[in-house]
Design a protein around this ligand. Structure first.
Ligand code: ZN
Length: 413
């Protein structure tokens, strides 16, 4: 029990007493109903310091996308969000605890069948400047902390094994954790059975269920983009989205996927950009447009680049038409005002849509626009058997109890 992130025990009735809140005896705490075979749960873990997304696939295969810890110095003073639920543990430790708690009761209990990294920025993999010392020769932050605490069977990144995409110099230019990351992957592959793979743009079989895939044939993960390439929509062929590699920044290499389960579809493309912006070296930044075009409409969208100013373009929203959008926020302006206004604009695409955000630290910057969001916290997308019904949950991230603080109606596709 020492690894339990949340101090309640999930029960079939969906309601359980919370042992951590003995001082509040009248309060009934509702926990997330336990995962069951056939469910697909996608947890957007609210850490305040970057992206970490845990998916439990229909057969119980476990899959972690990114494990960021941008540290206190990544943003200007006062612009970063606090660590959630509190700073008594590092972000990587909180992520590891969360993974252990929510994978309990699955065939992969306490372990990750896959971990993968969209790109090499600190808010997606961890930073060296606040890393802790470990006992295996590598420092602990973000993904290296998670991998130290949770067994990872396979780790996928965009440039293994040579880290030379598009060149070694350009690959490592913003890969500040490279030295510690390499020590981590070398130790884990040599001593703990971890496999490494490069993300294959265009593939539909790189992330396969490992326990009982035959039971859920309507499930797939398509690798849509990565390293500046986009899937063409035919076979596994790809095409380039840029002309001058020397001007690309790390966000532009972001890898992205669409997960399909029955009629349900989920978009997650890391930090790919969608709008030009004079401050950047490359003005070939409309990557969202070709990627969203080949993807087509989705049910739920994880906002690209945290809903920052160079993303969430009209073209992208018009192609994806999401019914729910999720911002992973670690900065006072994530997501940005213009992006939120665009997300709510029914001239871009008609119909209802719901907005979710992992932290409330953009409340002041967004002003009245913040009222469009459901309560901030861990955001869980639950897709029911066969992928015809889905539901959204928000779990409390400000204490370590993960109570349900919001749930949507169950929606039919
Ligand atoms: Zn990011």
């Amino acid at each position: 029990m020492k690894y339990l992130y949340c101090l309640f025990v999930a029960v079939a009735t969906t309601v359980s007493a919370c042992s951590s809140k003995a001082e509040e005896p009248e309060t009934v705490h509702e926990s997330l109903p336990a995962w069951q075979e056939g469910y697909m749960d996608i947890h957007h873990i609210a850490t305040g310091r970057g992206d970490a997304i845990l998916a439990i696939l229909p057969d119980g295969t476990t899959w972690l996308q990114d494990a960021g810890d941008c540290g206190p110095s990544w943003y200007s003073t006062g612009q970063g969000c606090p660590v959630l639920p509190n700073s008594s543990k590092s972000v990587g430790e909180w992520i590891a605890d969360y993974v252990k708690h929510f994978t309990a009761g699955t065939p992969s209990a306490g372990e990750l069948d896959y971990a993968w990294l969209t790109h090499f920025h600190g808010d997606h993999i961890g930073t060296a400047d606040n890393a802790l010392n470990g006992d295996k020769g590598y420092k602990l932050t973000g993904i290296t902390m998670v991998g130290d605490r949770v067994k990872i069977h396979k780790l996928v990144d965009r440039a293994w094994p040579d880290y030379n995409i598009p060149t070694e110099e350009l690959c490592k230019r913003e890969f500040y954790l490279y030295g510690e990351y390499k020590k981590f992957t070398d130790w884990q592959t040599a001593n703990n059975g971890m496999e490494m793979e490069r993300f294959e743009v265009g593939a539909e079989n790189q992330f396969k269920m490992v326990h009982n895939p035959g039971a859920w044939p309507d499930f797939s993960v398509r690798n849509l983009c990565g390293n500046g390439y986009v899937w063409t929509g035919t076979g596994t062929s790809t095409e380039k989205m840029y002309t001058d590699a020397s001007k690309l920044d790390e966000n532009m290499y972001s890898c992205g996927v669409v997960i399909q389960y029955g009629k349900f579809r989920y978009w997650n493309c890391g930090d790919i950009p969608g709008c030009n912006w004079p401050d950047y070296a490359s003005q070939e930044r409309t990557f969202e447009t070709p990627v969203s075009k080949v993807c087509g409409p989705v049910t739920v969208m994880k906002l690209d680049h945290h809903g920052t100013f160079d993303t969430t373009s009209e073209e992208c929203l018009g192609n994806l038409r999401p019914k729910a959008m999720i911002a992973l926020s670690s900065h006072i302006r994530q997501p940005y005002k213009d992006q939120v206004a665009r997300m709510m604009d029914e001239n871009i695409y008609p119909g209802e849509r719901e907005l979710y955000v992992t932290t409330d630290c953009s409340r002041n910057e967004l002003g009245d626009l913040f009222s469009y969001f459901k309560p901030a916290g861990h955001i869980v997308v639950r897709v029911y058997e066969g992928g015809t019904k889905w539901q959204m949950f928000v779990l409390d991230s400000k204490t370590a109890d993960c109570d349900v603080i919001y749930k949507s109606d169950i929606k039919t596709l």
